[in-house]
Design a protein around this ligand. Structure first.
Ligand code: HEM
Ligand SMILES: *[C@@H]1O[C@H](CO)[C@@H](O)[C@H](O)[C@H]1NC(C)=O
Ligand SMILES: *[C@@H]1O[C@H](CO)[C@@H](O)[C@H](O)[C@H]1NC(C)=O
Ligand SMILES: CC(=O)N[C@H]1CO[C@H](CO)[C@@H](O)[C@@H]1O
Length: 499
C-alpha cells in the first residue's frame, strides 16, 4: 500500500517536474544561447511566449507594443522567436524584398486551417494565394471600381437620406451612434459587391446579425492564433475557446454559404461583383475555382472590406469632432467645392486636398489593422532586416499602431494634424505610413476603400453639422481594445441638418 502510494507520488512528481524542468531549460536557452539573445526587449517576453499571449488577449497589445518600442527602440524581441519593427525600412525588408530567392511567407500560426481544407485569399500557402489573387483581380481593376462606384454612391445617398429623415423628425437634429451607421453602410456595400445584394442594414437602420459576428471574428482569430502557438497543447487548449465564439464563427460560415448559393442561382444576370469576377476567370482560364474555394474566400472578403473601412471612418470622425479647427477647415473645403449635393460623386471628391489629408491623418492615428499586418517568417538562409542579421524561422512584423504613433517617426504623434500630409512637418517620416501594406499581399481593395471614405465624409459634412452628442465624452480612439480589429465604443454624434 505504502509502496503504491509512493509510486503514485513518484509518477506525479515526474509529470510535474519534468515539464517544469523543460520549461525552465527552454527559458534559460532563450535568454542565453538563442540566436536572438542580443536583441533588446523585456527578458520575460524573450524567455517564454506566455507574456506575449497574455498581452494579445488583454486587448491592449497595441499600446504595450507602443511602450515597448519607446523603451527599447525601433526593434524589439517580443517572444523567443519574434521581432517587431517600427522602421520604414522594415516594410521593404519584410514584405517586399526576396531573400535568397524567397519571399517571407505568412506565419502559419495565424492562418492555419486544417489540412485538406481549401485555402483562402489570405492563405498562408503562396501558390493558392496567387491563384486567388488573379481570380479576384478583375473585381478590383480601375474599371471595376468605377463600375462599383454607382453602388457605393447609392448606399451613401441612402444613408444620408435616412439620417436626414431622422433629423427632420427631431426638429433638425438626430443623435446617432455613427459606429453603427458606418457598419450598416460598409457591410451593405461589401455584401452587394460580393453577392450582388446588400443586407438591408442602411434601409432598416438596423444591423444584420452578420455585422456583430464579423466584428467578433477578429477576436476569434486572435484566440485561435494564440492557442496555435502552444503546440502540442493546442489540441487541448482549443476547448478553451468559448462555445459562443465558435457558434458565431460557424453561423458566419453558414450565412456565406446561403448567400453564395443564392448568388450562384442568379447567374445569367450581368453583375459586377466578386462572384462574377471569379466565374469570369473560371471561364477564361479554364481553371476551376470550386464552390468550396469561393465560399472560403467570401468568408474572408466580406469582412476584409467592411470592418476595415468602417473602422477607418470611425477613427477619422472621432478625431474630427475632437478637433474643431480641422473640422471647420474640412467643412469649408467640401461646402465651397459643390453647389448641390448631387454634384458630390466619387470622381468629383477625389481631388479634395484637405479631405485626403484628413483621411490619412485619421488612419495614422487609428489604423484599422492596428496590430498588423500579420507577422512573416524569415526564410531559409536568414535575412537582413534594417541592417541587422535575422536567422531563419524568426517571426517578424511591423505593427501599424506603434509605427504610426512613434515619436521617432512623427512630430507630435498624438496630435491630429492633417497638414502634416500636405506641407509636412520637418523630420516626419511619411514613408513609414503604409496602412494598406506593400508587396504582393497589399490590400486589393485600396481604391475602393478610398472611394468609400471620401464620398461618405463629403456627403455627411455637406448635409450636416456634426458635433459630439450633448454630454457625450468622445473616447480616446487608441485607448480602445483591439484584437486584430478594434472593439469600438459607440461614437454618439449629433447631426444638425443644414438649411
Ligand atoms: C481603410 C480600409 C482598409 C484598410 C486599412 C485595409 C488594409 C489591409 C491590409 C493591411 C492588408 C494586408 C493584410 C496582411 O497581409 O497581413 C489588406 C489585405 C487585403 N484587403 Fe484590405 N484594407 C482596407 C479595405 C479593404 C476593402 C474595401 C477591401 C475590399 C474587399 C479589401 C480587401 C483586401 C483583400 C482581399 C486583402 C488580401 C490581399 C492579399 O492577401 O493578397 N480591403 N488590407
Ligand atoms: C479561393 O480559395 C481557394 C482556396 O484554395 C483558392 O484556391 C481559390 O483560387 C480562391 N479564389 C477565389 C477567387 O475563389
Ligand atoms: C450640380 O447639380 C445641379 C443640380 O443637380 C446641376 O444643375 C448642376 O449642373 C451641377 N453642377 C455641376 C458642376 O455638375
Ligand atoms: C520627426 C522625428 O522625430 N524624426 C526622428 C525619426 O527618428 C530618428 C531616429 O530614429 C530621429 O533622428 C528623427 O529626429
Amino acid at each position: 500500500m505504502l509502496h503504491l502510494l509512493s509510486l503514485g507520488i513518484y509518477y506525479a512528481a515526474i509529470c510535474i517536474v519534468l515539464p517544469l524542468l523543460y520549461f525552465l531549460i527552454a527559458a534559460l536557452y532563450n535568454l542565453t544561447l538563442h540566436p536572438l539573445r542580443s536583441y533588446p526587449g523585456p527578458k520575460l517576453w524573450a524567455a517564454t511566449r506566455l507574456f506575449w499571449a497574455r498581452s494579445l488577449q488583454s486587448g491592449y497589445y497595441h499600446q504595450k507594443l507602443h511602450s515597448l518600442h519607446q523603451e527599447y527602440g525601433p526593434v524589439v524581441r517580443i517572444a523567443p522567436n519574434e521581432l517587431v519593427y517600427i522602421d520604414a525600412q522594415a516594410w521593404r525588408d519584410i514584405y517586399v524584398t526576396r531573400h535568397g530567392g524567397h519571399h517571407m511567407e505568412k506565419n502559419t500560426v495565424w492562418g492555419k486551417s486544417p489540412p485538406g481544407t481549401p485555402q483562402s485569399i489570405v492563405s498562408t500557402e503562396e501558390d493558392a494565394h496567387l491563384r486567388n489573387r488573379r481570380a479576384l483581380t478583375g473585381a478590383f481593376s480601375e474599371h471595376a471600381v468605377s463600375e462599383h462606384g454607382g453602388v457605393v454612391e447609392g448606399y451613401v445617398d441612402l444613408m444620408v437620406r435616412k439620417l436626414s429623415e431622422m433629423a427632420v423628425g427631431g426638429n433638425g437634429e438626430a443623435v446617432v451612434d455613427m459606429v453603427d451607421w458606418f457598419n450598416f453602410l460598409t457591410f451593405d456595400i461589401s455584401g452587394h459587391l460580393s453577392f450582388g445584394e446588400g443586407f438591408g442594414s442602411v434601409e432598416n437602420g438596423k444591423a444584420h446579425p452578420w455585422v456583430e459576428i464579423s466584428c467578433s471574428f477578429g477576436k476569434g482569430l486572435a484566440m485561435v492564433a494564440t492557442i496555435n502557438f502552444f503546440s502540442p497543447l493546442d489540441k487541448l487548449l482549443r476547448y478553451a475557446i468559448p462555445a459562443k465564439m465558435l457558434e458565431k464563427m460557424e453561423y458566419h460560415k453558414e450565412l456565406v454559404r446561403a448567400k453564395l448559393q443564392q448568388r450562384l442561382s442568379m447567374d445569367g444576370e450581368k453583375k459586377h461583383d466578386y462572384v462574377a469576377s471569379i466565374l469570369e476567370y473560371n471561364k477564361e482560364k479554364g481553371d476551376k475555382i470550386s464552390y468550396e474555394e469561393m465560399r472560403v474566400n467570401m468568408t474572408v472578403l466580406i469582412f476584409a472590406g467592411a470592418e476595415t473601412t468602417s473602422s477607418a471612418l470611425a477613427a477619422i470622425l472621432n478625431q474630427l469632432i475632437k478637433n474643431p479647427v480641422a473640422l471647420q477647415k474640412l467643412e469649408s473645403e467640401i461646402r465651397s467645392a459643390f453647389q448641390h449635393e448631387s454634384n458630390i460623386t466619387i470622381a468629383s471628391v477625389a481631388h479634395l486636398e484637405y479631405l485626403n489629408a484628413v483621411i490619412e491623418e485619421g488612419i495614422r492615428m487609428g489604423p484599422p489593422a492596428a496590430i498588423g499586418p500579420l507577422p512573416r517568417v524569415v526564410p531559409l538562409g536568414g535575412a537582413e532586416i534594417c541592417g541587422q542579421w535575422v536567422p531563419a524561422g524568426t517571426h517578424v512584423s511591423i505593427n501599424q499602431y506603434p509605427a504610426f504613433r512613434s515619436p521617432t517617426n512623427f512630430t507630435r504623434p498624438d496630435e491630429f494634424v492633417p497638414e502634416r500630409f500636405i506641407e509636412g512637418f520637418q523630420g516626419d517620416k511619411l514613408d513609414v505610413f503604409e496602412p494598406f501594406l506593400v508587396g504582393r499581399h497589399k490590400c486589393l481593395g485600396q481604391k475602393l476603400a478610398w472611394a468609400e471614405m471620401r464620398i461618405t465624409l463629403a456627403r455627411l459634412l455637406y448635409s450636416f453639422d456634426v458635433r459630439p452628442a450633448g454630454g457625450y465624452e468622445v473616447p480616446d480612439y487608441g485607448g480602445q481594445e483591439t484584437y486584430i480589429f478594434w472593439e469600438k465604443k459607440p461614437l454618439m454624434i449629433s447631426l444638425h441638418l443644414r438649411n
